[in-house]
Design a binder for this molecule. Structure first.
Ligand SMILES: Cc1ncc(COP(=O)(O)O)c(C=O)c1O
Length: 353
């Protein structure tokens, strides 16, 4: 079994093919496009909000990444052992499920990624072991167990649980399926991000059909996987190019700090209420891509994220500070960004817990 830990460190380009996750999702009963909602702005004009709060019955966009990456890694392992390529329909067969039952996917989770990996392992007949920080609620551990995952409470904080997951695969030889990436470890996280490209493709088709394109896009970031995947697709094939702003918690601006430093840096700071964005080190794949994609960076405070949650609730969208952080960035940018043709887009990345 490959744990993907020793890749040449120069090999870190993120070049996704959105048709691959699209093929798999065609045979996935839980897959359905999520809506772009239109919210009237107080000063006039419309805010476009891609609503990921119900994605694949898992309540967050992350489902697209973890589930797809599990399938791809099973297919890659199968091909290595048999020389045969798998088609999406093959995953339903008993022989592939029997093969997958010998594979264990390991990751750390601050919430949604672990749920997506657990769900993917459950769907395709593999095993999942999720490292959870002790600060995570028991209810979340129970939800993971209901998906069939084995949960390990190995450390105090999320960042420590990432290190524990790494130690786990070094000792067990199982497959590390992290959403973050670093020099030498990029294959599984690139698959996770490839899964997220579906979100941008759904939006592109809708905007093309309506002939209505956003002028500004605000993308919240933790390690940066979501922001980089969407940015890649926007720059690759959207007919009208928006300004793109990456929004991070002010206590975890790892991408902004890395951009300023011109290299990957780890930041320090207290805990944020934007739990899923509270990552102190960026993903190298995301950082490299964002740095060559003409984006700007900004931060929002816990209070600004909380206010954005309240405003979305007034528009019947129930989310969390992590889910509303892009919106918080949009509200904060208003005095500068607003002008003729201002048509902002945000992604509400998870539902209320
Ligand atoms: C709800 C939500 N929004 C945004 C993000 C940020 O994604 P990334 O870590 O890929 O930047 C996450 C990551 O877990 C998340 O769960």
């Amino acid at each position: 079994m490959t744990n993907y830990l020793q890749q040449p460190s120069g090999d870190r380009a993120f070049v996704p093919d959105p048709s691959k996750p699209a093929q798999l999702l065609r045979v996935c009963p839980a897959y359905k496009e999520t809506p772009v909602l239109e919210i009237a702005q107080p000063f006039g004009g419309i805010l476009l909000a891609k609503d990921e709060t119900h994605r694949m019955n898992l309540g967050a966009f992350k489902a697209l990444g973890g589930v797809y990456a599990v399938a791809q890694l099973i297919a890659m392992e199968w091909e290595k052992q048999t020389g045969e390529k798998l088609e999406p329909d093959d995953f339903a067969s008993e022989r592939i499920k029997a093969f997958a039952s010998g594979l264990t996917f390991v990751c750390a989770s601050a919430g949604n990624h672990g749920m997506a990996v657990a769900a993917g392992a459950g769907i395709f007949g593999a095993n999942a072991r999720i490292h959870l920080a002790r600060e995570m609620p028991d209810a979340f551990e129970k939800r993971l167990q209901e998906k069939g995952a084995n949960v390990v409470r190995s450390s105090q904080t999320y960042d420590q649980s990432v290190a524990e997951a790494l130690r786990d695969v070094e000792a067990s030889g199982n497959i590390l399926l992290a959403d973050g990436s670093w020099p030498g470890y990029t294959v599984p996280p690139a698959l996770v991000m490839e899964g997220y490209t579906i979100i941008a493709e759904e939006m592109r088709r809708e905007f093309e059909a309506k002939k209505q394109w956003p002028s500004h896009v605000y993308l919240q970031a933790g390690v940066g996987g979501l922001a980089a995947a969407i940015t890649f697709m926007i720059r690759k094939n959207w007919a009208v190019q928006p300004e793109i702003t990456i929004v991070e918690p002010d206590v975890a601006p790892c991408l902004m700090a890395s951009s300023k430093a011109g290299k990957m840096v780890t930041v320090e700071g207290p805990v944020s209420n934007m739990g899923r964005l509270d990552c102190k080190s960026p993903s190298i794949l995301a950082f490299d891509l964002l740095e060559r994609s003409n984006v700007t960076y900004m931060t929002v405070s816990d209070e600004e994220a909380e206010q954005a949650v309240v405003k979305l609730a007034e528009n019947s969208i129930a989310t969390t500070p992590s889910g509303a952080a892009g919106f918080a960035g949009q509200i904060k940018s208003l005095p500068n960004d607003q002008g003729d043709g201002y048509s902002p887009l945000i992604i509400v990345s998870e539902g209320a817990l």
